[in-house]
Design a protein around this ligand. Sequence first.
Ligand code: CTP
Ligand code: CA
Length: 228
Amino acid sequence: LLAFFAPKPLAGRKVLVTAGPTYEAIDPVRGITNLSSGKMGFAIARAAREAGADATLVAGPVHLPTPRGVHRVNVQSARDMLAAVEQHVQDAAVFIATAAVADWRPAAPAAHKIKKDGSGQPRTLDCVENPDILAAVAQSPRALGGDLFCVGFAAESHDLLAQATAKRARKQVALLVGNIGPATFGQDDNALLLVDSRGHRELPRASKRVLARQLMAEIATRLPALRS
Ligand code: CTP
Ligand code: CA
């Protein structure tokens, strides 16, 4: 009900969000993943929808209900996520990358379950770097031309402001959002540090749902006016 009467600053805009971890297969029964819960990304997709946006959520493997009215695309690997993002980003006005994308994937996943050899010796797993989804989108012509507003997230263990500022420059995104520690994986609340070209500001500790609404309001104020 609250959402129904709320202002709709994102009406007529498409917002694309990535969320959750990715899963990179080692063999058919195991893989590399991480502890991302997906909660922040799901809350952001929900807030985007409540703000009137046409919201699409590209989600790695998480067991969370799809927010009402949000279009959800389930993926496993980083490469699947990139393909889904490329398909849905075409006419988006905002891209928000909250996913904890695995930085590496096994170079050659085995077709059959790998058996231990019983030697007790250490074994190694050859990995290759995954594509950087956010960097790829942020360097697309629409993003560079100002038609696609890109937002990155960062969870750092130390020096958040310095690292978030550096990450924003490296990824060439308009807005970089830092999770203010301690580790927020799986928690229901969080505090955020927003870094953009003008400087930084903090959104103090609150539920991920409240923060998601505040973040969408911040993003809405940064979008160019709709052309009619
Ligand atoms: N990201 C992405 N694709 C990747 C890696 C990261 O889209 N392959 C996005 C994340 O969704 C996040 C941002 O980039 O919005 C920052 O992710 P992070 O892991 O903090 O940065 P990395 O560039 O991977 O650097 P590092 O992990 O070494 O700090
Ligand atoms: Ca990373």
